[in-house]
Design a protein around this ligand. Structure first.
Ligand code: MN
Length: 388
């Protein structure tokens, strides 16, 4: 196999660093064309020195300037461009020689570069679920038109992708999306009134970035994933059912019309879904980390408690109201998540912020354009910051 050229958006985050670990182990298979991150100069400097990309983007302009100074010894010998801002992200997303764009930034910032890459005809390894949640109605048809494949990095969606491989899609009855339930599983509304950021970040099974860990605690992450599954696998949203499975061994399942259920199992580790996406759905070897079935005492399955954890219902309701409301839902959550991290609101207020933002009326666009999505994003920001 010839080397695949990668552009990695979000290289300093949890998925980005694990992607680079795989690239480091499989040097013969990959070349890093470009790396991008938000503002982490220290880690980006290390990554640039190791992987020598042709172009680096730090979204934050000040951070980009500092990086330029720090790697000036390198740029004497190597041709490395340092760029910033959305223009920088869109520029590296449109490299024609890129074989795979790893979309692993957090939040709606990923929409424009991802669309740019699809327009260029580049396959996507998608970890940035917010992109599909808010712009799935634009991205999925565009990918079809451009013959671009989208490989899910999200562990549940990777599992579903694996279960659907070589199956008759018309025989799919239901997607069974598993959820760990997060650190607050079993707790009731009253129990959650005073939980702290530290409590929310204490995920029982998965080591992930902060934003998604908090989203897992509120089950907003699972709400986003229901919409993500709808778009990725072309099913009705009602046919995506969430099952709480606290051990996180089954990563999701597909039920077929003959009542057969296929599942993908593994230890909770993002390495497999990342690697599986990087190799475009082809299996490779993976060291260590095998399930020891004899050490698993049992696998449990529970119904989600929608009264306490409103994340899934809010997601499905916003989707059913018209696509623009998935942007409202997602953006309100992004802001609420940040406010919770900053100590400005309490955990349960995350739901209140989302519900409050969903009072905004945008009935003029059920299938919003990209510009409309980006405008609504701004409006939601302003609305929330004026109220909380
Ligand atoms: Mn997931």
């Amino acid at each position: 196999m010839s080397q695949k050229n990668l552009v990695i958006l979000g290289s300093t985050g949890s998925i980005g660093t694990q992607t680079l670990e795989i690239v480091r182990d499989k040097k013969e298979d990959f070349k890093v064309l470009a790396l991008a991150a938000y503002s982490n100069v220290d880690l980006m400097e290390k990554q640039v020195r190791e992987f020598l990309p042709e172009t680096v983007v730090l979204y934050d302009e000040k951070a980009a300037k500092e990086l330029k100074v720090r790697i000036s010894d390198l740029t004497d010998k190597h041709d490395i461009d340092v760029l910033s801002g959305m223009e920088g992200l869109k520029y590296i997303a449109s490299f024609k020689e890129c074989d795979m764009l790893v979309a692993a930034m957090v939040g709606m910032i990923g929409i424009e570069p991802t669309i740019k890459a699809i327009k260029t005809g580049t396959d996507i390894a998608l970890a940035n679920k917010e992109t599909l949640v808010t712009a799935g109605h634009i991205i999925i048809p565009l990918a079809k038109e451009k013959n671009v494949n989208i490989y899910p990095v999200d562990s549940e969606h990777s599992a579903i992708y694996q279960c659907l491989k070589a199956q008759d899609r018309s025989m799919v009855d239901k997607i069974l999306l598993t959820a760990s339930g997060g650190p607050f599983l079993g707790k009731k509304y009253e129990d959650l009134k005073d939980v702290t950021l530290k409590d929310a970040l204490n995920h029982p099974n998965w080591a992930m970035g902060k934003k998604i860990t908090i989203d897992s605690a509120s089950l907003v992450n699972k709400g986003l994933e229901v919409i993500e599954a709808k778009w990725l696998f072309d099913v009705d949203i009602e046919d995506v059912e969430v099952i709480i499975h606290p051990q996180s061994i089954i990563h999701s399942m597909v039920q077929f019309k003959d009542n057969a259920v296929l599942a993908q199992l593994g230890l909770p580790d993002m390495k497999l879904p990342i690697q599986y996406a990087l190799y475009k759905g082809n299996r490779q070897t993976m060291p260590e980390h095998k399930i020891d079935f004899f050490s698993l005492s049992k696998l449990d399955f529970l119904k989600p408690d929608h009264d306490t954890f409103r994340g899934i219902k809010l997601a499905v309701d916003s989707y059913n109201r018209g696509y623009i409301y998935t942007t409202v839902f997602n953006r309100a959550n992004e802001v609420a998540n940040r406010y919770f991290q900053e100590g400005r609101i309490k955990f349960l207020q995350i739901y209140d912020v989302i519900e409050d933002a969903l009072l905004l009326d945008f009935d003029y666009c059920k299938t919003p354009t990209l510009d409309e999505i980006l405008n609504v994003e701004k409006e939601v920001d302003e609305y929330i910051s004026s109220r909380y």
